[in-house]
Write a protein that binds this ligand. Structure first.
Ligand code: SF4
Length: 185
């Protein structure tokens, strides 16, 4: 009796099969498809725009799809001075982004308030958002932003995605009442 079923080794598929862990595959997809939300608030935003242009070409890292809707983006790049007036908006937009989501604080102002030790400026966006990567400089060069993006990709690659799939993201810093945020020095 003859059979046509193929069993065992098949040389036709050799070289076309990759074996990996599900978690590694999911993290690989995520790390190379980060969709940034450009939160350009001051001069650092010019460097952010340069990072997307042809000379620096953020597309090499799969992050060129800048979205201006929080529903469609998963990494907020806060570039510029965060005033108390804008802080409420930044926080609201972050809350509207779907999980998983990450934050890059680009530049001295977004990271620490920079030179603006003033009643009007939030002293670091990490007071209202969980920042994943900080970028030093005033302003940082586009290469520094690309370096931060690579660091974030490394962080995404190591995330235990299956264990945290249905759990809420990192706890947000305590949000001061709106009136206090507007007036607090
Ligand atoms: S860090 Fe410097 S370049 Fe960036 S927003 Fe602040 S003052 Fe402007």
């Amino acid at each position: 009796m003859q059979t046509t079923a193929e069993i065992g080794y098949n040389s036709k598929v050799e070289g076309d099969v990759v074996i990996t862990r599900l978690e590694a595959a999911l993290n690989w997809f995520r790390q190379y498809s980060l969709w940034p939300m450009p939160m350009g608030l001051a001069c650092c935003a010019i460097e952010l725009m340069a990072a997307g242009a042809s000379r620096f070409d953020i597309a090499r890292f799969g992050a060129e799809v800048m979205r201006f809707s929080p529903r469609q983006s998963d990494v907020m790049i806060v570039s510029g001075t965060v005033t108390y007036k804008m802080a409420l908006v930044v926080r609201r937009l972050y809350e509207q982004m779907a999980e998983p989501k990450w934050v890059i604080a680009m530049g001295a102002c977004a990271s620490t308030g920079g030179m603006y030790r003033s009643y009007a400026v939030l002293q670091g966006v990490d007071r209202i958002l969980p920042v994943d990567v900080y970028v030093a400089g005033c302003p940082p060069r586009p290469e520094a932003l690309l370096d931060a993006l690579i660091k974030l990709q490394g962080k995404v690659r190591r995330e235990p995605v299956l264990r945290t799939l249905k759990q809420p993201g990192p706890a947000l810093p305590v949000r001061p009442p709106a009136r206090q945020m507007e007036l607090q020095p």
